[in-house]
Design a protein around this ligand. Structure first.
Ligand code: PLP
Length: 315
């Protein structure tokens, strides 16, 4: 006889009846929240929002969609223009996916060393890709996007995710509300990694408005060269215009090796094949959990691990 654990149940949801959508863009947001158990701090609960469930596969679908929608609303994005931006990958995939769905050309500047899987995904959506030096990280991509724009400003609509207030606003209007709806009564801390900082700033701001006792925690790689794709080491980077040091309560440095360890634990103990910055989020949350000893931390897992299978984490 098979040894089936008694407490395992198969949840069958009938609360979300099947629906037909006009476009894949309608599937952005309302991602699932999952409790993470494999940490050793019994007084603290950790919950992660699995942003890989967005149609483009990452948290960046939310700001990309909002910035494009605002561009259409204010007339800056017209049919004759291409969407141009600098991106370390996921925002590019989001633009490329949304551009394909809405019928807009997408031109991207990204560091040459982003994973091969990402490059292939962008190609599949027919985005035009320009590579900056791998030595310059995401800053090189920002400078390259500026050069492309300067050569032909009439040709492009530039959402400019690093400086566009609609980036954090996407999270204020969606991510924060979704977290509150599920865990508003319990959440004590919201902790997120920072790239453009849109997720942390936008979500944190609205959570604090709704429940001022919530502590907002920024998690950042401890080194300039960190290998945690999507995250920024602020002290050695071009600081995004939307970044606001005063909008969070605490800052945690995350170690790359520990983050990679967590990527493996998440896959092997939780069944979550998560991206590298999700491992970083867990490394930071566990540090925080050990410090607070009691509470409920909500974090973001920005994307899934399938785009990183060829990176050194899995070698
Ligand atoms: C994998 C990954 N993690 C984290 C982030 C950081 O999110 P944010 O730009 O909202 O700070 C990004 C952003 O591109 C990302 O792609």
């Amino acid at each position: 006889m098979l040894d089936v654990p008694k407490e395992v149940s198969v949840a069958v949801s009938i609360s979300n009846p099947p629906r037909i959508f006009e476009s894949v863009t309608e599937l952005v947001g309302r991602t699932p929240m999952v409790q993470i158990h494999s940490h050793n701090v019994p007084g603290v609960e950790i919950f992660a929002k699995l942003e890989s469930f967005n149609p483009g596969g990452s948290v960046k679908d939310r700001p990309a969609l909002r910035m494009i929608q605002e561009g259409l609303k204010n007339g800056k994005l017209t049919k004759d223009k291409a969407i141009l931006d600098a991106t370390s990958g996921n925002t590019g995939i989001a633009y490329a996916m949304i551009g394909a769905a809405l019928g807009y050309r997408v031109v991207l500047a990204l560091p040459a060393n982003v994973s091969d899987e990402r490059k292939r995904i962008l190609k599949s959506f027919n985005a035009e890709v320009h590579f900056s030096s791998e030595m310059e990280g995401s800053d090189g991509a920002i400078l390259l996007a500026r050069e492309l724009y300067k050569k032909d400003p009439e040709k492009y609509f530039v959402p400019d995710q690093y400086n566009n207030p609609e980036n954090p606003k996407a999270h204020t209007l969606t991510t924060a509300e979704e977290i509150m709806e599920l865990l508003g009564d319990r959440i004590t801390h919201f902790a997120a990694g920072i790239g453009t900082s849109g997720t942390l700033i936008g979500t944190g701001k609205r959570l604090k408005e709704m429940k001022p006792s919530i502590k907002v925690v920024a998690m950042e790689p401890s080194q300039p060269f960190h290998g945690l794709e999507g995250l920024k080491h602020m002290a050695s980077s071009i600081v995004p215009g939307i970044y606001d040091k005063n909008s969070y309560d605490q800052h945690i440095d995350i170690d790359t090796d520990e983050s990679y360890e967590w990527v493996k634990v998440l896959a092997r103990k939780e069944g979550i094949l998560a991206g590298l910055s999700s491992g970083g989020a867990m490394a930071g949350c566990v540090q925080l959990a050990k410090e607070i000893k009691k509470g409920c931390i909500v974090t973001i897992f920005p994307d899934s691990g399938d785009k990183y299978l060829s990176t050194r984490v899995w070698e």
